[in-house]
Design a protein. Structure first.
Lengths: 111, 114
């Protein structure tokens, strides 16, 4: 059974600081997704990582995938308040486009 | 292009009542999914469909049924609602696995079972 673990689950940081969210998963996969969810809203796709060593960047967010370590990271550079949200990683297992989600990391960026 | 829509947005049921949640997508996606989201547990897959007329069980299928009679619609049914089914339900759709397309999510349905 595929398990996906994120840490930290809660992250409070100051504007301008850098931080990394980690996503570990338990079985082989080369497809990993990052989503953002604002309070009371739906999920918005941020990144799709499809192979070992994949790196994607959008603004202050950068995601990477190490399939050998079964680890993905979401790095936040010079955080701003608008990045406050819950971030989910999700892994595509081997049984037909089914995603298994991590618990989510609730990020709060304080002025 | 509305993307993925869900009906209703909110609903309150009494224990034992039944209801159907409707998901519609206008992106011609093959795959559709139903998830529930509970605090601290991320999203858990209830049922999914890889094409019109097909459905399959996900991680937490008990107490739910689904149907995909038309490609653009995916219905989630609760035959006899229980308080444990109080949750936020999200529908999602995606193209085909080979393209590794991301899943596009609807706005959610907040269901309370008393």
């Amino acid at each position: 059974e595929l398990k996906v673990e994120q840490n930290p689950l809660f992250l409070s940081m100051q504007e301008g600081k850098n931080y990394t969210i980690y996503c570990n998963y338990s079985t082989t996969s080369d497809r990993l997704y990052w989503y953002r969810q604002d309070p009371g809203k739906s999920l918005e796709s941020l990144f799709v990582l499809l192979s070992n060593g994949a790196v994607k960047q959008e603004g202050r967010l950068m995601a990477s995938l190490d399939t050998k370590a079964r680890l993905s990271t979401l790095h936040i550079t010079a955080a701003v308040h608008d990045l406050s949200a819950t971030y989910f990683c999700a892994v595509d297992g081997t049984s037909g486009s089914r995603l298994t989600f991590g618990e989510g990391t609730q990020l709060t960026v304080n002025p | 292009n509305a993307g993925v829509t869900q009906t209703p947005k909110f609903r309150v049921l009494k224990t034992g009542q039944s209801m159907t949640l409707l998901c519609a997508q206008d992106m011609n996606h093959e795959y559709m999914y139903w998830y529930r989201q509970d605090p601290g547990m991320g999203l858990r897959l209830i049922h999914y469909s890889v094409g019109e007329g097909t459905t399959a069980k996900g991680e937490v299928p008990d107490g739910y049924n689904v149907s995909r009679l038309k490609k653009q619609n995916f219905l989630l049914g609760l035959e006899s609602a229980a308080p444990s089914q109080t949750s936020v339900y999200f529908c999602a759709s995606s193209f085909r696995r080979m393209t590794a397309d991301t899943q596009y999510f609807g706005p959610g349905t907040r269901l309370t079972v008393l």
